[in-house]
Structure formats: structure tokens, C-alpha cells
Design a protein around this ligand. Sequence first.
Ligand SMILES: Cc1cc2nc3c(=O)[nH]c(=O)nc-3n(C[C@H](O)[C@H](O)[C@H](O)COP(=O)(O)OP(=O)(O)OC[C@H]3O[C@@H](n4cnc5c(N)ncnc54)[C@H](O)[C@@H]3O)c2cc1C
Length: 459
Amino acid sequence: MADRAAARRVPFPADEVRGRVLLPDDGAWSGECSGFQAGYRHRPDVVVTAADADDVRTAVRHAAAHELPFAVQATGHGLGRALDGGVLVSTRRMAHVQVDAAARTARVGAGARWGDVVEEAARSGLAPLSGSGPGVGAVSYTLNGGVGLLAREFGYAADHVRSLDVVTSDGRLRHVAPDSEPDLFWALRGGGGRGGFGVVTELEIGLVPVERFYGGQLIFDGALAGDVVEAWRAWTATVPEELTSSVTMLDYPDVPALPEGLRGRYAAQVQIAYNGGRAEGERLVEPLRAVGPRLGETLRTMPYTESAGVYNEPDMPHGYQGANVLLGGELPDQGVLGSVLELTGPRAPAMTVLSLRHMGGALGREPEVPGAVGHREAGYLMVLLSVTEDAASPEADAMHERVFELVEPWTVGASSNFLYGRASRAVAGGGPDAHGSEQRRRLRGLKALVDPVNLFGSV
Ligand SMILES: Cc1cc2nc3c(=O)[nH]c(=O)nc-3n(C[C@H](O)[C@H](O)[C@H](O)COP(=O)(O)OP(=O)(O)OC[C@H]3O[C@@H](n4cnc5c(N)ncnc54)[C@H](O)[C@@H]3O)c2cc1C
């Protein structure tokens, strides 16, 4: 573009969309640009609050025609590179969920959050492959793979996608299914979550017949963190695929919103979701209870509509930065994990959540129609998240890098989900790839064909 400033002054064709078009002096502009990540946000010239796929097409065409920067946002949980100028499409209003109980599928709009899908599916005795937080957007989560509460039994959320509707940079709305667009169908399911191929306006996903499950947390004092992690390591080698779990260490802030027993306390907690009965669930967790006294326990049989209680994550927007690595079949040895606990514990430069998720089971198997989810051989996922006001603390970043260096010998790759913050790998790149080299080559080749003007950024 010879004169980018002139292009930015080209007015958006507001009369061609059903949704609202917001400019920076509009009262609603700031709220529409903000999301769950409160450490920074998009600063576009124009926000299109898309009402439907046609609005998305108009926004994409306008940005492509005038070579304007472009981004799409649903909830802001996974904000990576923020816009400075250009066009932001906000999908919040495209939050429809339509369940077909007989086919066990749901059509999920670009702005739907997992909580919306869980509620709607439960009316038919079904559940989606949702994750720890009900506020997370279902679409981007799924396009990045999506590690859910019952992941070891059912695999990645991406493995259950039946079809997608996507607007590509030529302004076309393409229906992507195994027969109609096989290459894009492969790429979007695991390689489409950072928006590199286009804007997905709707997903059709498979649902699973889960109404109730046994789950919750065992909460130990952080002084036992080393013992808890070692017990969990041994235990994960014994559990069935119907049981998915993680262990999380965090130094709770001293705030009144927390229960008295956790306020200002370093804790080690095991999160469990078991698709089975209570008696068998109780038997399975017995070796973990033997580690020591608990500060609290929330294990019970619960309806899937209460599944947010397994992790009980905060739902208030805040600033955070972080990244993840996928670890091979084994966890790092006890000495290395001890150093990781030391670096991320109460003496960390910012309040840090260290989480190890148990992978394997169905996550290790390709679905019938393969997708672009990488590194299925991973046995565990390590996620680091630090709460930092502007999502860019160099001290927290240096600590994360030190931890990732320590576990490097066990690292096989990374997930495209769980990448947060403006200073971290989410923006700067670097770190292990979410895809193997053959997958990466195929994704880049397809990207060059589908988005030759590179409107949507790298894949
Ligand atoms: C509290 C919390 C809990 C989480 N729990 C899990 C979990 O259990 N399992 C898991 O796998 N992940 C989890 N994640 C990671 C989460 O899935 C990713 O951050 C995901 O990208 C969030 O999507 P979003 O729409 O909510 O966020 P947004 O910030 O709105 O979107 C993130 C990015 O996705 C792209 N995008 C958004 N909408 C579209 C679209 N329609 N088409 C194409 N690209 C699009 C854009 O590049 C956008 O910047 C969690 C994250 C948080 C913060």
C-alpha cells in the first residue's frame, strides 16, 4: 500500500452490515475491544460487531481491498498480537448454539462460549468436549486442538469437528467438510486457531453422551507440592482413559473473594474428571488421598452443567502471560521438577500458576479423518501462567524461559492453546512448534494458496 494512512481513512461501508460499526470516539468502542485478557487489548480504527457471516465477509473484503490490518476476537482469552489500527471483527453476537439431539451434533457460532454450548447440549443429555473455563470461546479453542475435561477418553475437541464455515481472504464463505474442502478440513482442525486461514463463522461439532461424571479437586498445602506431584506422576501411569486429571500449583492471593482456608496460601491441587460412577471414582483417587491431609476437597458426582467447578477458575478479566510445552511419554525427573516448583512457587517474580495436564489415551490417536493437531505422542502438557498487570513482565518471562529450558530434554512440542501475553511466545514466536515438520510444511503450503495476501497472519 503506497499510502497506508489514506487507506485507513477510507470509511467502512457501515450500510452493508447488519451489526454495528464502531469508531474510536464511539462509547461502545472500548468495551468491544476489551476481553478477558485485561493486560492489553486491540486498538483498531474500526470495530465491526458482526451479526452474521455476511458481516464477516464485508469486513474481510474491506480489509483485504485496502490492505488494512485485520483481526477477529470472540472473548479475548487468547489474545496474541493486538491490532494497532485496521479492522477488528468482534464475534460476540454470533453466539448461537443449535443442538441436533438425534445426530448428537451442535452448530456453534463464532462467538459462543463453552458455557453456552454445555447448557444447550445438556438439555438433550449430551456434552461437548469443553475445557476448564466456561467463558472460553468454543471456536478458537477447538481450532487449536482443545484439551477438554474428558480429553483422555474422547480425544481433542478438534477430532470431533464435522464441518466448518470459514470466510477466507478472497471474501468467500466456504463450507469446509471432508468431501468438499479436504485440505482445509485437515488444516483448520488443529492448525486454524490463531486465525491464519480465515474467520470461522460456525462449527458443526460432535457431542458425547455424558450427563453426569465424578470430578472435582483435592487441595493440599503447597508444602506438600513435591510429594503431590510425585504421587500424581506414579498414579497417572495406572488410571483408565475415562479419567483425565491435572495437578496445579499456585500461590493464592490474600483477597476476601477466596475461602478463608486458601487466602494467601500456596496450594497444590489435583483436578479430576472421571466418566464413571462415584464408587469407582472414590477407589481410583485413594492413592492421592494417601499423600496427606487436604486443605479442601470438592470431589463428587455432578451434572456436566456444573463442570466449571472442577477447575473453579476466576472469571474476572485480568492481565496474564504464559506459555506451554508438551512433554514426551515421561515427566521430567524429580530433581528437575523440584527446581521448577522452586522457580514458580511463592518466590516467583509474579503470582504463577503451574499446571501439568495428563495427556495420552484418545489424545494419542488420530481421528478417522486426520487433522493438523501435532505431537500426539505427548504424555503431559505443562502450562505456565503468571498474573502480570500489563501481560508483559520481563521478570516473569525470564522465569518462564528458565523453566522451559529445564524441561527441554523432555519437550516434544507445544500446544497452540495456552499461549498468552504480549511479551511471551504468543507474540514473539520462538519456543517449540505446535506441529511436526511435515505438518508445518503442509500448513504453510496451504496458507500460501488460501491467504496469498497474508491478511490473517502466519500459521
Ligand atoms: C482461563 C482459561 C482457561 C483455558 N482452558 C483451556 C482448556 O481447558 N483447554 C484448552 O485447550 N485451552 C484452554 N484455554 C486456551 C484457550 O482455548 C485459547 O486461549 C483460545 O484461543 C481462546 O479462544 P477465545 O475465543 O476465548 O479467545 P480470543 O482471544 O477471542 O481468540 C483467540 C484468538 O483466536 C483466533 N480466533 C478467534 N475467533 C476466531 C474465529 N472465529 N476464526 C478464526 N480464528 C479465531 C484469533 O486469532 C484470536 O486472537 C484456556 C484459556 C484461558 C485464559
